[in-house]
Design a protein around this ligand. Structure first.
Ligand SMILES: Cc1cc2nc3c(=O)[nH]c(=O)nc-3n(C[C@H](O)[C@H](O)[C@H](O)COP(=O)(O)OP(=O)(O)OC[C@H]3O[C@@H](n4cnc5c(N)ncnc54)[C@H](O)[C@@H]3O)c2cc1C
Length: 463
């Protein structure tokens, strides 16, 4: 076994090798999901700066070890926990905003909530993810389905430059004009990417000054009406309104409606109070009658995080998968409701979104490794506490995934059940996957960033 004494002399940050006193604590802190894969990293290194990242990658390359970059450990499948060196980037969380140029330079470990707060001070915004404690690191690398993304685009489509440490330990800049193949791969490559991103350069947006959320709760039995209504509303409403349907545990005041209810939630990102009011009136006129409860709340950008952080709290066990549908059938959301009604515990939930058709118009979508999408998107979350219930929850999630298979064209890499064979590959178009694999061979020929999920027999057969 390596004792990593040499590495300890090469980096300024902490190096904890397997077997050392702090190892169990550091390993235990790596992942958000309490259900961690049964892998034992040979060492966990907390990089202090880019030079540490370079030193770790060079050391791994020289010693035939692998490197697994870790942002905030929020990938539900715990993919950052690998058997080689886990490179914890949590120390790289700097932020520099240029308000005049409307750009920001961001360390990978900066979290969404901090970023939202800092941008608000400059009346700026970005399509950040929906939970405050997730870092930009893996969020942006995997695509980034963020707030107001229908108007602003995905997170990765708003990245204009990356600093990347590649498998030889060199630091490269990637943009439209410099290392364009690295730039293509880092915009959506996610865990199939073959380097360590140490800095993102982002294009920012003006902060909408009137952000308002309206929530309408219905019994689960109304799911069919809600799908029709949301589909119709999406065609009528402007793209600065984020509209989703969430099948969630009934809040205490609605518990008589059953263990789960349906929430139609719309957030308006408007420039003026009168625009947001007009949007609210339109949403209301298009919503089905018979809501159990309605609430409308003006919000700051940062306060958008409060309900989402409550819904997906730390300290739980999770199993999650995501589903892109090319053209959702009339029964699309009913499938989610059927599965939710069979959930092994009441905390389980699902989110189903029907996106407007322009999502798929190639002219509007930059060519990036983010290449899997559709007109319907759904997420299913199994959430529980007791490790003894792992098998039941995983079986339910996978049965749900199988029940949705005929509607599913692929998955979203940031929130896919990556432990399932072939699932990583299904997060990309066949062309993008083939290009990622060939770019890996160019940039990481010795497999410093290799991982079992990339060894995909399906791909080799097809290739
Ligand atoms: C509560 C919660 C809410 C979420 N909400 C959203 C949402 O609204 N929208 C959305 O799109 N996604 C969302 N996600 C998914 C999330 O964006 C991804 O799982 C993402 O990977 C998390 O980033 P991370 O840095 O914590 O990744 P980690 O778990 O730390 O890393 C996962 C993998 O990403 C790669 N990686 C991460 N950072 C780097 C880096 N700097 N350089 C190279 N490779 C790297 C590595 O391959 C690593 O194995 C959510 C997840 C959670 C847990």
């Amino acid at each position: 076994m390596y004792n990593f004494m040499e590495l300890k002399g090469l980096v300024r940050g902490e190096v904890i090798a397997r077997g050392e006193a702090l190892y169990a604590a550091r390993r235990g802190d790596l992942l958000y999901n309490r259900r961690a894969p049964d892998r034992q990293p040979s060492a966990i290194v907390r990089a202090r700066d880019v030079r540490d990242v370079q030193a770790v990658v060079r050391y791994a390359a020289a010693n035939d070890l692998t490197v697994s970059p870790r942002g905030s450990g929020h990938n539900w499948s715990g993919i950052a926990m690998q058997d080689g060196i886990v490179l914890d980037l949590s120390g790289l969380n700097n932020l520099a905003i240029d308000p005049l140029a409307r750009t920001a330079e961001v360390g990978p470990a900066l979290d969404n909530r901090t970023m939202a707060r800092q941008l608000t001070e400059h009346s700026l915004a970005f399509p950040l993810g929906h939970c405050g404690h997730v870092s930009l690191s893996g969020y942006l690398l995997g695509g980034g389905l963020g707030w107001n993304s229908e108007r602003w685009g995905l997170g990765c489509h708003n990245v204009i430059g990356f600093d990347v440490v590649t498998a030889d330990g060199a630091l490269h800049h990637a943009s439209e004009t410099e290392n364009p193949d690295l730039f293509w791969a880092a915009r959506g490559g996610g865990p199939a990417f073959f380097g360590v991103v140490t800095r993102y350069r982002l294009a920012l947006h003006a902060l909408p000054s009137a952000i308002v959320t309206t929530n309408r709760f219905y019994p689960l039995s109304r799911i069919g009406d809600l799908q029709q209504a949301v589909l119709h509303a999406k065609a009528e409403l402007a793209d600065n309104i984020e509209y989703s349907v969430v099948l969630l545990p009934a809040p205490p005041q609605l518990s008589s409606a059953g263990p789960h209810v349906v929430l139609a939630t719309a957030t308006v990102f408007a420039e003026t109070e009168s625009d947001s009011q007009a949007a609210m009136e339109k949403i209301s006129s298009l919503a089905p009658d018979g809501a159990l409860y309605v609430e409308t709340t003006p919000s700051s950008f940062e306060a958008l995080y409060d309900p989402f952080d409550q819904a997906l709290p730390a300290g739980k066990r999770y199993a999650v998968d995501s589903f892109w549908s090319a053209a959702p059938s009339d029964g699309y959301m009913t499938l989610y409701a059927d599965q939710i009604s069979k959930a092994p515990s009441p905390l389980c939930m699902a989110l189903a979104v029907v996106l407007p058709p322009q999502q798929n118009e190639p002219a509007q979508v930059p060519d990036t490794a983010f290449s899997m999408s559709g007109n319907g998107f759904g997420l299913v979350y199994a959430i529980w506490d007791d490790p003894a219930e792992d098998d039941a929850h995983l079986a339910w999630l996978r049965a749900t995934s199988d029940a949705l298979a005929h509607e599913t064209v692929g998955h979203y890499v940031g929130e896919a059940d990556l432990a399932r064979p072939g699932w990583l590959r299904r997060c990309y178009s066949p062309e993008a996957w083939a290009r990622l694999i060939s770019l890996r061979e160019k940039w990481d020929p010795r497999g410093v960033f290799r991982r079992p999920e990339l060894t995909d027999p399906e791909f080799k057969l097809a290739g």
